[in-house]
Design a protein around this ligand. Structure first.
Ligand code: NAD
Length: 282
């Protein structure tokens, strides 16, 4: 129905996710009746349910769509009828839209990081960027960086095979971007210093303090982005700020992935400023 938003988030350990509130508040502000459910697959009432059953149940209940988070962004793909161009490029889906009897998968993490980057680091030198972490989120970030015009992308992951695979994927998607997997960050800084660094590892989360790069490598001429947003100011962002770097905290990606998801669910433009305010007030 046109004056309703019925959606939900499928994942594990999603109790603290701010996505539901952002979607609910934006819908309410636009005068829609809204219901956005947290569908935690670890909850006792869903313990015996598969992802396929959960998606089918949501579709049968008349949901407009779903957000999909850890650990289902890849597993959901075989359950869908169509993929958007960005979902296909990234190979992961975080938003499913039910429309005309079809399940269409999108990746709004990619656009979310890209939009955050374009707005928050406008004019930053995109000659050479170093991405830390090539996991689920890193894949979206790497493709977004290439789309934002990064000319050379170096990728480091403690699992070298992931860095290699992502470098190959981005090179195939964006032939204008040179990509490489790197195994020694200090050596990279000595030989071919990046202009900016993005953290897409879980390092810096409240439960995983620290940073994935030697703090001594951070100088004022480096721009520094983090996608971790719990806490909002990670050690990496705090250190970079103290050094005088341009910084981009992880909240931007979290807000803009929700902005685009709202637009896909409802077909209406979302107010990014309002959704950011909801995120900040959480
Ligand atoms: P993931 O487990 O899929 O991937 C993490 C990757 O980092 C793995 O490949 C791992 O090998 C690598 N890694 C871990 N420690 C490392 C280190 N010290 N150096 C180099 N590589 C290292 O996790 P994910 O889903 O990609 O999420 C990563 C982080 O991003 C999480 O903390 C999450 O909170 C955050 N995230 C933020 C947003 C957002 O909207 N801002 C969206 C998704 C995820």
């Amino acid at each position: 129905q046109e004056d309703c938003l019925l959606a939900g988030l499928i994942g594990q350990g999603i109790a603290l996710s701010r996505t539901p509130l952002m979607q609910m508040e934006e819908a309410r502000a636009q005068g829609l009746f809204a219901s956005y459910k947290k569908l935690d697959m670890e909850a006792p009432e869903r313990r015996d349910m598969t992802l396929a059953q959960m998606v089918s149940a949501a579709e049968a209940a008349g949901f407009d769509g779903l957000n999909i988070t850890y650990p289902y962004k890849i597993d959901v793909i075989p359950l869908l009828d169509e993929l958007s161009e960005n979902a296909r490029a990234v190979g992961a889906v975080n938003t499913v839209v039910f429309r005309g009897g079809k399940r269409i998968g999108h990746n709004t993490d990619m656009w979310g990081f890209g939009e955050s980057f374009r707005r928050g680091l406008e004019g930053a030198d995109t000659g050479h960027a170093l991405l830390l972490g090539a996991g689920g989120a890193g894949v979206a970030v790497a493709n977004a960086l290439a789309e934002c015009g990064v000319q050379k992308l170096s990728i480091f992951d403690t699992d070298p095979a992931r860095a290699e695979a992502l470098a190959a994927q981005v090179a195939a998607n964006f032939p204008a971007t040179r990509t490489q997997a790197v195994s020694d960050i200090t050596a990279l800084f000595a030989e071919d210093r990046p202009n900016g660094v993005v953290n897409a590892t879980p390092m810096g989360m409240a439960k995983l303090p620290g940073m994935a790069i030697d703090a001594a490598l951070i100088d004022a001429d480096l721009w520094v982005a983090d996608i971790v947003y719990f806490p909002l100011e990670t050690q990496l962002i705090a250190r970079a700020r103290a050094k005088g770097c341009r910084v981009l905290p992880g909240s931007g990606m979290a807000v803009f992935q929700a902005v685009r998801a709202f637009e896909l669910f409802t077909g209406r433009p979302a107010d990014a400023v309002r959704m950011k305010a909801t995120f900040d007030a959480f």
